[in-house]
Design a protein around this ligand. Structure first.
Ligand SMILES: Cc1cc2nc3c(=O)[nH]c(=O)nc-3n(C[C@H](O)[C@H](O)[C@H](O)COP(=O)(O)O)c2cc1C
Ligand code: SF4
Ligand code: SF4
Ligand code: SF4
Ligand code: FES
Length: 607
């Protein structure tokens, strides 16, 4: 075995790969070879390290120095400076609040140090394509324990005692679901992993599959043993090619090691897993639609009951769990239910992975104990606003969720608390909004998504969401009325009550929660033609302050429709009729002479 003095972990998660990880890795390999260090320095490609906006990222051990925003040139420099001479390359280290460099942010920066990693314990740490690395971190020990020392009922009891709840959206107790499937009569049973992950902005499931595929294989096999299934399916969307590739390789390795297939670990339990690739429709994440899709039918939901535990795949009892839920299973079996319950709250034990996005400094994936407050998540871990603007609210749970205003930021993040505020944890999407975000526009954005993704099977969802979208569009165009708000609310409740599946039942949530907390913003749109956040294009104008304009011509040069006129060193003016409100001019004016006003003005006031 070659002696390694340094190990370079390089993030090969989807975002870092898109940011050029491969060329960085090639450059590292090239340079190491040039100095004949290829056997002494080990390069390990890992899954997502969490801070995706900083990619490509790598960490050099033993010191644990964290490099970000790498390029091939910088990678070469790091080999020559850091690896060869022990000199840290400061230009690509993590930067703190005041721009200071932090070589090991894992210990010092809350974004990293406040995390508790259970579901993502191996992501960003091991080579996902090396089963031995998984085993070295207790991988497949839980499977061994379950098969050799526990009855299926005991396995179920441990999961029940742990209080683990589904991370796919609904938060249903996992152990109870397994028990239903176990007790459901039938010789043939199926275990399904839901890796459809359709919520815009959420990518924790992809990260786990890309970074730790063996954890899902191990968990599914344990679940298969518990419920009495012989076969499992992972339903994963085609947009996740890296996840599919790594899972395929991991399945092969698990079979070779005897963790899958006939008589697993010498027991009489046999189980195998197949991958099924979905085309990426959001509704196919709904469990009955997903099962139809696996069966080769059109991916449309059906009425429940019967639930999957009674009648699932091809009419057989089936159990379906989300990727993140499953990823928690092996450590719970290995360490016991009390270990898991040391984190989180009484009713929502453990941790949850969130995809932090929007107006926060630190965006990316974070796994934190349930019960952490929104304030801690947004300000301590997320680092607060990157611009100093006032953070106004957070949108949680994607298109099925809702907004939570800043005055509720001391609320603990758990299933019940967020639901009581009209939002949900959902799959863990968390978009931070500031004073520049219009709440009507936010609601419209999510509704547009659900209109597009509605499968069309039932009328309230198919027609109702479209109607709601049209009303929101009218409001953001300044053509809405107060009656429209009433219609919007009525429609929302009808759609919630009468839609066939969760998509329709939750689609009105973003509208209802913004109406609940930000009705005055809706009213400003319909009564005064104003968009308080100055976001809705039809309700704003860009104007030039003649007192401040020095006639530098910068704005006129960037205007895509040439609607700014004025001579050099003379006050410029905007032709409001021609302006398309693209905002380019405001960005280039160094004199602060251009501003947005609402309501829109038709003719600019000239001095
Ligand atoms: C429209 C819709 C989309 C859904 N998409 C997903 C998804 O992408 N991933 C997921 O795990 N669950 C999704 N769900 C929830 C699943 O139907 C199901 O409850 C979940 O996979 C169960 O796993 P859990 O108990 O581990 O959370 C979706 C539900 C609905 C109504
Ligand atoms: S609620 Fe929407 S997505 Fe669900 S079945 Fe009805 S039309 Fe399809
Ligand atoms: S960029 Fe600003 S200062 Fe320059 S001409 Fe335009 S408005 Fe005037
Ligand atoms: S907002 Fe865009 S279109 Fe309007 S004046 Fe400025 S640059 Fe021109
Ligand atoms: S993909 Fe590299 S940090 Fe997320």
């Amino acid at each position: 075995m070659p002696l390694t003095t340094n190990t370079i972990l390089i993030c090969a998660g989807g975002a870092c790969v898109s940011a050029g990880e491969e060329s960085v890795k090639d450059a590292l390999e090239r340079k190491l070879k040039e100095y004949n260090l290829q056997d002494i320095v080990k390069i390990v490609e890992t899954g997502c390290m969490g801070a995706c906006s900083l990619g490509p990222i790598m960490v050099i051990y033993p010191e644990g120095v964290y490099y970000q925003k790498l390029t091939p040139e910088v990678a070469e420099k790091i080999v020559e400076e850091h690896i060869l001479k022990g000199r840290i390359v400061k230009s690509h280290l993590y930067k703190g609040e005041k721009g200071e460099v932090i070589p090991q942010p894992q210990e010092e920066v809350a974004f990293f140090s406040r995390q508790v990693k259970i579901a993502t314990r191996n992501v960003g740490v091991i080579n996902p394509l090396d089963i031995d690395e998984y085993i070295a971190r207790d991988g497949y020990f839980a499977l061994h324990k379950a098969l050799k020392e526990m009855t299926p009922e005991e396995v179920i009891q441990v999961i029940k005692d742990s209080g683990l709840r589904g991370r796919g959206g609904a938060g249903f107790p996992t152990g109870l679901k397994w028990e239903f499937a176990r007790k459901s009569p039938g010789d043939k049973k199926y275990m399904i992993c839901n890796a459809d992950e359709g919520d815009p902005g959420a990518f924790m499931d992809r990260s786990i599959l890309e970074g730790d595929p063996h954890s899902i294989i191990e968990a599914m096999t344990i679940a298969g043993y518990a419920i009495g299934a012989q076969k499992g399916f992972v339903y994963v969307r085609a947009e996740y090619p890296i996840a599919i590739e790594r899972l395929t390789e991991a399945l092969k390795q698990a079979r070779e090691y005897g963790f899958l297939g006939e008589n697993i670990l010498g027991t009489d339990f046999s189980f195998d897993i197949e991958i099924r690739i979905g085309a990426g429709a959001f509704v196919c994440g709904e469990e009955t639609a997903l099962m139809h899709s696996i069966e080769g039918k059109r991916g449309q939901p059906r009425v429940k009951p019967p639930f999957p535990a009674q009648k699932g795949l091809w009419g057989n009892p089936s159990n379906i769990n989300n990727v993140e839920t499953l990823s928690c299973v092996p450590p719970i079996i290995f360490h016991g239910p009390q270990w898991f319950k040391q984190w989180g709250t009484e009713k929502s034990p453990g941790t949850k992975v969130f995809a932090l996005a929007g107006k926060v400094k630190n965006t990316g994936l974070v796994e934190v104990p349930m019960g952490i407050t929104l304030r801690e998540l947004i300000y301590e871990i997320g680092g607060g606003s990157p611009t100093g603007k006032k953070i106004k609210a957070v949108q949680t749970g994607g298109p099925s969720g809702g907004v939570i205003p800043a005055e509720y930021f001391d609320t603990p993040v758990d299933f019940e608390s967020l639901t009581s505020l009209g939002a949900i944890i959902g799959s863990g999407g968390m978009i931070v909004l500031d004073e520049d975000d219009c709440m009507v526009d936010v609601a419209k954005f999510f509704l547009e998504f659900t209109v597009d993704e509605s499968c069309g099977k039932c009328t309230p969802c198919r027609e109702g969401t479209k109607k709601m979208y049209e009303i929101l569009d009218k409001i953001t165009n300044g053509e809405g009325t107060e009656e429209d708000l009433e219609t919007l609310e009525q429609l929302a409740y009808i759609i919630k009550d009468s839609s066939l599946c969760g998509l329709g039942q939750t689609a009105p949530n973003p509208v209802l929660s913004t109406l609940k907390y930000y009705r005055e913003e809706y009213l400003a749109h319909v009564r005064e033609g104003k968009c308080p956040a100055k976001k809705c294009k039809e309700l704003i104008s860009y104007v030039i302050d003649p007192e401040k304009c020095v006639g530098c011509t910068a704005c006129a040069r960037v205007c895509p429709v040439s609607c700014i006129s004025g001579e050099v060193r003379k006050v410029h003016t905007i032709d409001q009729e021609a302006c398309i409100r693209c905002g380019s001019c405001i960005e280039v004016c160094r004199f602060g002479a251009i501003s947005k006003v609402t309501p829109a003005v038709s003719v600019e006031v000239e001095e």
